[in-house]
Write a protein that binds this ligand. Structure first.
Ligand code: NAD
Length: 372
């Protein structure tokens, strides 16, 4: 029975590695075998808590015959060397984001994975969030017309990021666009197609070298503009993220960096409202206002639009943010496990998404640094 399960090993028992381990050990397809960490006390306590082997050396973990996939949950600057080592040892790799800090490293890692015939997935979870998938279906359906503008305002907590944390050191993390922004560059590319970073800016915390606010704009095709703001300066209790997507005939709002709530506000026909609702399982559809025949002609973008109703669609994740986070982590892992079992399996997140999301982040970082 155990032979049929995919063996999992974790490198890096920090906050996120442990959170993931707690989720992965509930997956019937996965067997959590061993963990390693540089910190011996953390290694011992993690192994004890999760009932897995504690291995002090990465090299030893990578030789373990029962481990098929290695999760790299170490700080970003360590990803290229550790991923290369794991791939050369014949292991599949689930690498934490970002894949690397340099594009050349990321490409070399992907080439190594191809040469070894192994999976090298990056934990870009946003594509597995059902609400984000619903937005993608909405964009494809054209029920709200073209997407025109999408913005993310990420006012994140820094209460758990002391000044000496690797997050603030660009040599270790790559900076905010690279360490964190890749999630959102990846998601917007999934929604809107390939984009081009057109401007970026960064601000340092007064009296310090720390960059704690960054912003950039990305153009997608001819008519969609994306803007991303990331600021790490809030109390834990005030950690807030809001999203607003403006379409030709409606808006979509999302709440939370792992979005848990979605609201669509739209004007259109009764059929369009119903079809949009049907794209989002579990949603509620409300007619806010019905227009009489002589009120139905409206105009925007120099086009005539027939508006029968003003409608609102609401959906939520049906669980807490933490439960949703865990579920989408498991779904991403399950997708990769399916590809390990059958290389013909088509995954939602692949190696190329790791490289592509990093390319946006590097360009944004370059433009932001030029800004001061
Ligand atoms: N996908 C997501 O949603 C998500 C969320 C949070 C963090 N992350 C990513 O997870 C990674 C880890 O973040 P974290 O917050 O858990 O960091 P952390 O600092 O809490 O943990 C990192 C751990 O790695 C260990 N480590 C460092 N170098 C090592 C090495 N060479 N060999 C063995 N162990 C080593 C450290 O001792 C530490 O325990 C980062 O890349 C981060 O960007 C991803």
């Amino acid at each position: 029975m155990n032979r049929e399960r995919i063996g999992y090993g974790l490198i890096g028992c920090g906050g996120f590695g442990r959170f993931c381990l707690g989720e992965y050990r509930t997956m019937p397809d996965l067997r959590c075998v061993a963990v390693t960490d540089r910190d011996p006390e953390l290694l011992r306590s993690t192994a004890g808590e999760f009932g897995v082997e504690a291995i002090t050396e990465v090299e030893t973990l990578l030789k373990h015959p029962d481990i098929d996939i290695v999760h790299l949950a170490t700080p970003p600057f360590t990803h290229p060397a550790l991923a290369m080592q794991a791939l050369q040892a014949g292991k599949h790799v689930l690498c934490e984001k970002p894949l690397a800090l340099k594009e050349a490293d990321a490409k070399a890692m992907v080439m190594m994975a191809e040469a070894q015939g192994k999976v090298l997935a990056v934990n870009l979870i946003m594509r597995y969030n059902p609400l984000c998938a619903a937005v993608r279906r909405l964009v494809e359906s054209q029920l709200l017309g073209d997407p025109l503008h999408a913005t993310l305002v990420n006012a994140a907590q820094d209460e758990r990021l002391p000044a000496e944390h690797w997050f603030w050191d660009p040599e270790s993390s790559g900076g905010i666009f690279i360490e964190h922004g890749v999630h959102f560059f990846d998601l917007f590319e999934w929604w809107f197609g390939a984009g081009e970073v057109v401007s970026a800016v960064q601000l340092r915390r007064p009296g310090s070298k720390i960059v704690d606010q960054v912003q950039c704009s990305v153009r997608y095709g001819e008519s969609t503009l994306g803007t991303f703001y990331h600021g790490f300066h809030q109390m834990h209790r005030r950690d807030r993220q809001t999203w607003l997507l403006v379409f030709e005939t409606g808006t979509v709002s999302l709440d939370g960096w792992v979005p848990t709530d979605l609201v669509i506000d739209m004007h259109g026909s009764q059929r369009e409202l119903e079809e949009a609702g049907a794209l989002i399982p579990g949603s509620s559809v409300e007619v806010v206002q019905t227009y009489a025949d002589d009120e139905q002609v409206s105009r925007s973008r120099h086009r005539v639009r027939t508006v029968e109703v003003h409608g609102r669609i609401r959906a939520d994740a049906g669980c807490s943010k933490l439960e949703l986070y865990g579920k989408i982590l498991r779904d991403l892992m399950e997708d990769q496990v399916a590809a390990i079992r059958d290389p013909r399996h088509v995954r939602r997140v692949t190696e190329s998404n790791g490289v592509s999301s990093l390319a946006y982040a590097l360009r944004a970082q370059e433009l932001a640094e030029a800004s001061g």
